[in-house]
Design a protein. Structure first.
Length: 269
């Protein structure tokens, strides 16, 4: 059997407290914010590393964005992945989830033999959760969403994902190759391995591909390939919370609090 190959799609996002939007372009302004790896993608990365620990194989990190994303991706590489592919081209700019899914799918086709594609549940800056489904559609692969545990059988060529549902959990099985999205906070991502960090920052560990490398249809990438456009921006006004202090003895405050809660939650108290 050929070596098991997992691809983890990773996005570099602005830190939530520093998100800025350029009013002229109506796009995220990434130049003036600190960035980090999208937290749900770190959960997907941990799943891939755990599978590698059990079954061997290799892990490719796939990301799309400007060149200054590279140091962040090398940090993830130092966790135990084998290679990074960064899709970087101004023609990719302005991509919505449809164009992003298409571009990532083109890169996955270029990678050749793939057994499993892992994504985070959603990105912290967009929070649509559409890219995993889009990837499965572009690649015509089965999709299992919101998994918390993953089991694979490299010999038989199947993958099982367990996900929580109301009242319990369910297990979904698919033939490989397949796409899976990993539930946010479903595991504890490991730290990078300082023994391999020097290797991760060496030349040759990151491949940078542009639209020509991927043989992309120019009408399917970036702004031309994105039917979703931001029509306008406005500042949301914060509402002041209602505050009321209860006074008196502890017993009086407790009795008054009970009365107030009965009015709000009549069936619970």
């Amino acid at each position: 059997m050929l070596e098991w190959h997992t691809v983890v799609c990773v996005k570099v996002v602005p830190k939530p407290e520093e998100v800025r939007v350029d009013p002229a372009t109506r796009r995220l302004d990434r130049q003036k914010t600190r960035c980090e790896i999208n937290p749900p993608d770190m959960n997907a990365m941990e799943v891939a590393l755990a599978l590698k620990d059990r079954h061997g194989g290799r892990i490719t990190i796939l990301s799309m964005g400007p060149s200054f994303f590279e140091p962040h991706l090398r940090t993830v590489l130092a966790m135990g992945a084998d290679h990074v592919c960064l899709l970087s081209d101004m023609r990719f700019a302005g991509a919505d989830t449809l164009a992003t899914g298409y571009t990532l799918a083109q890169a996955i086709r270029k990678l050749g033999k793939i057994d499993l594609i892992l994504c985070g549940e959603e990105s912290s800056d967009g929070a649509t959760g559409q890219v995993p489904a889009g990837l499965a559609e572009w690649l015509d692969l089965p999709l299992i969403t919101l998994v918390s545990d993953v089991i694979v059988d490299p010999q038989a060529g199947w993958v099982r994902g367990r996900r929580r549902v109301a009242g319990g959990s369910e297990v979904v099985e698919a033939a490989c190759p397949a796409v899976m999205s990993v539930k946010t906070a479903s595991n504890e991502p490991r730290f990078m391995d300082h023994r391999i960090k020097p290797w991760a920052f060496e030349a040759g560990q990151v491949s940078v591909w542009d639209a020509d490398d991927l043989s992309c249809d120019p009408n399917q990438i970036g702004t031309p390939g994105s039917p979703t456009l931001v029509a306008g921006l406005r500042q949301a006004h914060l509402r002041e919370r209602r505050r009321e202090m209860l006074t008196g003895s502890p017993e009086d405050v407790a009795r008054e609090l009970l009365v107030r809660l009965r009015d709000v939650l009549p069936h619970s108290i």
